[in-house]
Design a protein around this ligand. Structure first.
Ligand SMILES: [Zn+2]
Length: 90
């Protein structure tokens, strides 16, 4: 595609998760989901619940998420709106 049509750009702009903490993700109003490749399920995770559990200063990439169904390690994906576009971190 030669030129970009904003309405066609629903693809996420993907960025590395880096050292993003739970606290930061909440302040930036991001949404956290965990992907299970085995079940092909994406499950939303409550960031506030993580903070309440004392993990507010923890880096999201260091949190261990397990799939409720198969027990496999899930992949955290954070997404939010930035400058009018959808951005995803994983
Ligand atoms: Zn699973």
């Amino acid at each position: 595609m030669a030129h970009s049509d904003p309405s066609a750009e629903l693809d996420y702009d993907r960025r590395p998760l880096g050292s993003m903490t739970v606290e930061f993700a909440i302040s930036a109003r991001y949404e956290l989901c965990v992907d299970c490749d085995t079940c092909r399920v994406i499950r939303p995770v409550n960031l506030l619940a993580l903070a309440v559990a004392g993990r507010d200063k923890q880096e999201i990439r260091t949190l261990k998420f397990r799939c409720h169904k198969c027990g496999a390690r899930g992949v955290p994906r954070l997404s939010g709106w930035e400058d009018g576009g959808r951005t995803s971190y994983s």
